[in-house]
Design a protein around this ligand. Sequence first.
Ligand code: FES
Length: 104
Amino acid sequence: MSRITITVNGAPETREVEDRTLLVQFIREHLGLTGTHVGCDTSQCGACTIHLDGEAVKSCTVLAVAADGSKVTTIEGLAEGGKLHDVQQAFREHHGLQCGYCTP
Ligand code: FES
């Protein structure tokens, strides 16, 4: 087990995680942010994409302990001041509202 702190959508989050915990599991299961999906077992679909220190990465390919001290932005973190981000608004306008596994 390791104690890690990752700043997620602007808020520092500290948790105890198993060293094998994937970043996507940390985001979904430890933080309850379910906008980041797991759509495959082969690191190909991109449904788990987040921004890690400003770079788009597949969070199913990163261990949570490797992201210790980093800044993560998930889809939930794109809205500002209650206003949807352009990407979120486009999803809404074009009915990309369900599971999103096929969106990437
Ligand atoms: Fe498919 Fe990460 S879940 S690439």
